[in-house]
Design a protein around this ligand. Structure first.
Ligand code: HPA
Ligand code: ZN
Length: 336
């Protein structure tokens, strides 16, 4: 990648649409919160914890990710985690972010729903970055558990813009959550789901047809089904792609094998996102640099990715247009 392209992908205004806030918890903060809360960790040091980040697939990551989240107990812990992520986002010229969080990971440990919502939401309000929240249901748990989570979140629904579906994909198809997503749809919430990360294209199809999601998180396996690819392109269903995550979890062996260029060249509304930046080797700009270094991505692709990120956001039309105009102004000033 030449220096100009590197500068462009770093400096261009962008939105992040796929970030699990619990996945932004850096080892140093995990240890600081463990000390503050008197939580014992099964790792002797920051270095020992970091050394355990050698993943072979999604589940091997999730086991460590849920262990890391065990240090979050007080509202201030959720605030500090979110504020630290938003500082990184701001430094990467992220103008808007739609943040996932997993309340079940915390309520199962006896943390109150109010503590989770208030800490994360207050940090969003205090940041100069536009930040909204998407509550995710853990798909390895039952639909009844998701329904009672939605019920418990009722007093705080004004603090979220939508719901998502994450955790172990294979064996937990979207259909399992048809009723809870139907309820969320009635409530007027935006809907997204992880699909086609490790799971087959059929999961992307049922996320669209059964859950009625508006975006697909990951979705990189869509290219295995030509008819589905054509449909996702035609309907402008965005894919929130997470390149460093995909290589760390062996969805692709190496970045040079990633299908981001094929997704874009198929006319899909693909975006670049960090997923779990503390675990996968970096935040937004690290993902842009890693992909632009390894793949034949151009200045035109950079502009498309920046535009896609705002187009695919759940921002009100007027704000979306304002950010898109900012992207266009940025690229108009870049020498061709
Ligand atoms: N996939 C599924 N669940 C997750 C992920 C992911 O990449 N990150 C955090 N929870
Ligand atoms: Zn994810």
């Amino acid at each position: 990648m030449n220096n100009q392209l590197r500068t462009v992908v770093q400096a261009m205004p962008k939105a992040e649409l796929h970030i699990h806030i619990e996945g932004s918890l850096e080892p140093e903060l995990i240890f600081a919160l463990a000390a503050r809360n008197g939580v014992a960790l099964p790792y002797a040091s920051v270095e020992a914890l970091r050394a355990a980040y050698a993943f072979t697939d999604l589940q091997s990551f999730l086991d460590i990710y849920y262990a890391g989240a065990s240090v979050l107990l007080q509202e201030q812990d959720f605030y500090d985690m979110t504020a630290a992520y938003l500082k990184k986002a701001e430094a990467d010229n992220v103008r808007h972010t739609e943040i996932f969080f997993d309340p079940q990971t915390h309520t199962a440990r006896g943390v109150a729903m109010e503590t989770v919502f208030n800490g994360i939401h207050r940090a969003c309000q205090d940041s100069p970055v536009s930040a909204t929240l998407i509550m995710c249901f853990l798909r390895h748990l039952s639909e009844e558990d998701a329904l009672s989570t939605l019920e418990a979140a009722t007093p705080y629904l004004d603090k979220i813009i939508g719901v998502g579906l994450d955790s172990s994909e294979v064996g937990h198809p979207p259909e399992k959550f048809a009723r809870v997503f139907a309820r969320c749809r009635e409530l007027g919430l935006h809907l997204v789901a992880h699909a086609g990360e490790e799971g087959p294209p059929a999961y992307i199809e049922s996320a669209l047809d059964v859950l009625h999601v508006e975006r697909i998180d990951h979705g990189v396996r869509v290219l295995e089904d030509a008819a589905l690819t054509a449909r996702v392109a035609r309907e402008r269903i965005a894919l929130t792609v997470c390149p460093l995550s995909n290589t760390k979890l062996r969805v692709f062996d190496q970045m040079k094998d990633h299908n981001l260029v094929q997704l874009l060249d198929a006319g899909l509304v693909a975006t670049v996102n960090s997923d779990d930046p503390a675990y996968f080797g970096g935040y937004m700009n690290d993902n842009f640099i890693a992909t632009f270094e390894a793949l034949p991505l151009t200045l035109a692709h950079a502009r498309t990715l920046a535009r896609n990120s705002f187009e695919a956001s759940f921002l009100p039309a007027e704000q979306k247009q304002r950010f898109l105009a900012e992207v266009d102004a940025y690229f108009a000033a870049v020498p061709a």
